[in-house]
Write a protein that binds this ligand. Structure first.
Ligand SMILES: [Zn+2]
Length: 256
């Protein structure tokens, strides 16, 4: 009810040639307890009022996971930290998953990371590449969806074959006919590429055409499985692909 209720959240990413640091900055005062089991952050104000907040540690871990997927081809260490910007906040119980500290300790923490990760893994070109990749992922809506789809490879492409061969879909699994690599979750990555390169929505027909699925029913099952928001009646249904698509789709796969 008062100004203390305002909290500001920033996602900050520190990238250098040696490592990548994902920082979640929280401006919350009071006593903060991070529960590892319920994944909740509980804030107790000086007057005794207790409130729940999204757990910054869990959020940071989710961001790290997301970045690990994007940058799986680079061997750059990805680490995380939660920073409490409000100096009067008391960091009480918390699990040891990710460092959590007051903003005043940031410099010391960076120092310790440079001591730990002494080798430069990325070249200057790769650093630029990564920064561009991140920017393009951050603002998918600003990318004009005007690239003619004949100019890039369509379908679910096999990561083991350097994305040169198209994977085939059967009974819920994508399989590469060249190297036999099979995966269910690879579809999320491919659909996200479609989202960025082609358009942020998809229909049954577009799914079949782009991903080489022959059966309308199979395409329909695939689209419904992820519970995408949609508009339109059964036959002309247009599914809207949510932001952070790979993350969004994760819980719907059997294996996860
Ligand atoms: Zn392959």
């Amino acid at each position: 009810m008062n100004s203390a209720q305002h909290s500001h959240q920033f996602d900050t990413l520190f990238i250098c040639s040696n490592f990548m640091l994902v920082v979640e900055i929280k401006n919350i005062n009071g006593r903060l307890d991070f529960d590892d089991i319920t994944h909740q952050c509980i804030r107790t104000k000086p007057d005794g009022t207790v409130e729940g907040f999204p757990n910054a540690l869990t959020q940071t871990q989710r961001h790290m996971q997301f970045l690990k997927v994007i940058f799986q081809n680079y061997s750059l260490p990805i680490v995380g930290a939660v920073i409490i910007a409000n100096s009067s906040a008391i960091i009480a119980s918390h699990p040891n998953t990710i460092p959590i500290f007051h903003v005043s300790a940031l410099q010391k923490h960076l120092h310790s990371l440079f001591k730990k990760y002494t080798h430069a893994i990325l070249s200057d070109e790769q650093l630029t590449e990564i920064a561009q990749l991140l920017l393009s992922r951050q603002q998918p809506s600003k990318i004009p969806a005007a690239i003619d789809s004949s100019r890039f490879r369509q379908g679910v492409l096999c990561p083991k074959c350097k994305y040169k061969s198209q994977m085939h879909y059967a009974r819920g699994i994508w399989r590469c006919l060249y190297c036999q690599y099979a995966s269910e979750e690879i579809f999320a990555e491919a659909l996200q590429d479609y989202q960025y390169l082609v358009r942020p929505t998809i229909t049954n027909k577009q799914l079949r055409e782009f991903f080489g699925i022959h059966s309308i029913d199979a395409a329909n099952r695939l689209l419904r499985k992820f519970q995408f928001p949609y508009t339109g009646s059964y036959k002309n249904r247009v599914y809207r692909l949510p932001e952070n698509l790979v993350e969004y789709m994760k819980p719907f796969f059997r294996t996860s």
